[in-house]
Design a protein around this ligand. Structure first.
Ligand code: DC
Length: 233
């Protein structure tokens, strides 16, 4: 017979996959949901940005997929999963700031399209999710389809290109919404059309269109969905 403690642990261990294109509120939502429910949090985009940063810093030709493939196993990438203070460290260097530069942002789609990079990062992601004792919220592009196909709950966030561009430009304190919109669409097209695990909605994901919702409303919606799943476990 299960003890009360075992029952509580079984109820708490929930794996949530949150996918979608950029500017849909994925990161803010995922962090807040994890914090509110006492779960770990993993930003998989930060891992792809980190490996891209390492490639750029080590003189790897980003135009050459075979050079990227050969180097994919070299950097040591460590993600801290506290939703209140997530961290990303490459070979001992804190890269939280440098992975957000326009240079890394413009190169990350090419690096993350290389199958050897995806295999490497997917292994890391699965190991982190398996080691999260109370459960985890994992955000990305292919979490529900490829990385954690058995997740307890899969959410796919969407929003109109206009809403996404407006959010991204206010985050980046950039007034050029039009340029941001074009850059977003270019990156989403590359991420959705690559051969290996593209950005895609899993067949069993719940789609939430955030265009007309505030961040607080999106968080409440996802928290309710997680609580329903936990109650049903
Ligand atoms: O979420 P983000 O914008 O920081 O992600 C940066 C890039 O990383 C994104 O353009 C595509 C890639 N990525 C991916 O290919 N798969 C994931 N699970 C997460 C991100």
């Amino acid at each position: 017979m299960e003890t009360a403690a075992e029952t509580t642990e079984a109820v708490q261990a929930v794996i949530v996959a949150i996918d979608g294109p950029s500017g849909t509120g994925k990161s803010s939502t995922s962090k807040a949901v994890a914090a509110q429910l006492g779960l770990s949090y993993l930003d998989t985009g930060a891992q792809y940005r980190a490996i891209t940063w390492w490639m750029v810093n080590n003189g790897i030709d980003i135009e050459d997929p075979s050079a990227i493939a050969s180097a994919a196993g070299k950097p040591e990438i460590v993600s801290g999963t506290d939703p209140a203070a997530p961290t990303i460290v490459v070979d001992g260097t804190d890269v939280a700031q440098p992975i957000r530069t326009p240079e890394v942002t413009s190169k990350v789609s090419a690096v993350s399209a290389v199958p050897e990079v995806r295999t490497r990062i997917t292994e890391l992601q699965r190991a982190i999710a398996a080691a999260a004792p109370g459960g985890i919220v994992v955000e990305g592009r292919d979490i529900g389809t490829t990385v954690l196909p058995d997740a307890d709950l899969k959410i796919f966030l969407t929003a109109s290109p206009e809403a996404r561009a407006a959010r991204r430009s206010s985050e980046m304190k950039s007034a050029d919404v039009q340029a941001t919109r074009e850059a977003l669409i270019k990156r989403d097209t590359a991420d959705s059309s690559r051969k290996t695990s593209p950005l895609a909605k899993a067949g069993d994901a719940v789609e939430v269109d955030t265009t007309e919702l505030t961040l607080q409303q999106v968080i409440e919606c996802v928290v309710t969905l997680v609580e329903e799943k936990r109650a049903a476990k």
